[in-house]
Write a protein that binds this ligand. Structure first.
Ligand SMILES: NC(=O)c1ccc[n+]([C@@H]2O[C@H](COP(=O)([O-])OP(=O)(O)OC[C@H]3O[C@@H](n4cnc5c(N)ncnc54)[C@H](O)[C@@H]3O)[C@@H](O)[C@H]2O)c1
Length: 435
């Protein structure tokens, strides 16, 4: 902790604070409850990072934005210019990061981590998550890390090690699989995991949407900058959309099976409607069949093609009934085998799941307890990665094979410099080899 305070000091302060109302009964001059200020560092000042920083600051009044890092100065400046208005209490003063703690470059992450922060928000493109997470945990920081947690198997193995390291060091690691922090989802999956549908026989999830932003090349951009400005469309930076976006639906598929991991996957995919350099080398559709020991099969399909209907629904089937789940509409409905309602979510829909993530993280830090989503997040991301590996190669890919893959897409930050960077080729099933 900063300010020379140890975890034990914080816990002791919290116990004293808990006693204050009682003390107040005897002493009108008792000091108001005051927590040590937690310093927050943000690494990756884009859309999600800006939201996460405001949510972290809104989660606990005794926090300040202490340091910020990005590879682009324009993104960092825009984030800090916008975030103050989303902070409910003293936004201007709590987000006023001086120039000496604003870092730009591929090494910015280490400078943020070394700046004296207590909590780090990792909200860059997925490629950097394993490296940044390892550095943050090794330095003893609590972490909020966005999903997905890696773009390749070496990254997954690194995240598994970091998650174990966080456990050893009593550090919290909250991962942005935000639906796990959504009230309606939590209640619904509690019903399913508790047996309301009987034994789960299969699950189908979908993530059909349009294509994501494209930024035409500017003359002053190098190859590498062009790829980073269009990161969603480059597999080595994003993981491809089955990993970057549809991993939310794959995570809920896993949740419905009580986090049972598949033995293998066969996934079909391709690139039917993507054209032009901004579209990089990612596919635009995937359709995965996961197979489990014992024979159960589950299904996931995703598409990013304009002009087609969108859908982001989960269908869960069990021996006693089925469920239709959609967080956006919102629909949380369990039916019996005749189609009659077994259960419907009637709880609150007014709490923001992104805010809940930070409320839980900071409550855990204040209480001296920990949350560690790391291992589950790594395995969910691996489920998405193995689908991509199968679609790119045209082969059935086993769980252990995927976990032990030697394909490394993410160079170390120290190996990156603005300049020439070849456009990666689009995979061709049957020709592209599994590595
Ligand atoms: N949980 C959700 O619902 C949700 C929603 C949106 C995005 N995300 C995830 O959040 C992450 C960020 O997405 P986004 O939409 O904010 O993208 P974005 O492009 O808006 O922001 C990413 C930022 O990270 C910066 N960056 C990249 N590499 C960096 C590095 N090495 N060091 C410092 N900064 C670096 C970029 O310059 C950019 O400003 C992605 O992993 C994405 O999948 C999650």
């Amino acid at each position: 902790m900063s300010d020379g305070l140890s975890r034990r000091d914080v816990v002791r302060a919290a116990s004293v604070a808990a006693m204050l109302p009682l003390v107040g009964a005897f002493s009108a001059s008792a000091a108001p409850r005051r927590n040590p200020t937690l310093k927050i560092g943000i690494i990756g000042c884009g859309g999600r990072g800006t939201g996460a920083l405001a949510q972290a600051l809104n989660a606990d009044p005794d926090t300040v934005a202490w340091a910020a890092g990005d590879i682009f100065a324009d993104r960092l400046d825009a984030c800090l210019a916008n975030v103050a208005s989303s902070v409910k209490l003293n936004g201007e003063s709590r987000t006023a990061i001086p120039p000496e703690r604003r870092f730009v470059g591929f090494d910015a992450f280490q400078k943020v981590i070394d700046s004296g922060v207590d909590v780090v928000l990792l909200t860059t493109h997925p490629i950097f998550r394993p490296e940044h997470l390892k550095a943050a945990i090794a330095a003893g920081k609590h972490v909020f890390a966005e999903k997905p947690v890696a773009v390749d198997a070496p990254g997954i193995r690194s995240v598994l090690e970091s998650a174990a390291d966080a456990k050893r060091r009593n550090l919290s690691l909250v991962v942005g699989f935000c639906w796990r922090y959504h009230d309606g989802m939590r209640a619904t999956f509690e019903q399913i995991n508790g047996g309301a549908l009987g034994d789960i026989t299969t699950v189908q999830t979908t993530y059909y949407t349009g294509t994501l932003s494209r930024h035409p090349r500017k003359p002053e951009w190098s190859d590498l900058e062009f790829q980073f400005r269009n990161w969603w469309h480059f597999t080595w930076i994003s993981g491809d959309h089955v990993v970057e976006q549809a991993v939310h639906s794959i995570d809920r598929l896993a949740w419905a099976t009580n986090d049972r991991w598949p033995a293998r996957v066969i996934c079909l995919g391709g690139r039917a409607a993507r054209q032009g350099p901004e579209h990089g080398n990612v596919f635009d559709h995937f359709s995965a069949v996961y197979e489990y020991d014992g024979g159960m099969r589950t299904f996931h399909a995703c598409r990013q093609i304009d002009g087609c209907p969108s859908d982001n629904t989960d269908y869960v089937y069990g021996t006693k009934g089925s469920a239709v789940i959609n967080g956006w509409t919102p629909t949380f409905h369990l039916k019996d085998l005749r189609g009659d309602t077994l259960w419907k979510y009637k709880g609150r829909n007014d709490r923001d799941m992104y805010q809940n993530e930070h409320d839980d993280l900071f409550a855990a830090i204040r209480a001296g307890t920990t949350i560690n989503d790391g291992e589950r997040a790594a395995y969910t991301t691996l489920m998405a990665l193995m689908a991509r590996m199968s679609a790119y190669t045209g082969q059935t890919i086993a769980w252990d094979q995927a976990l032990n893959s030697k394909e490394s897409l993410a160079p170390a930050s120290s190996a990156l410099a603005w300049g020439d960077w070849p456009t990666p080729e689009v995979a061709v099933p049957g020709k592209t080899k599994f590595v």
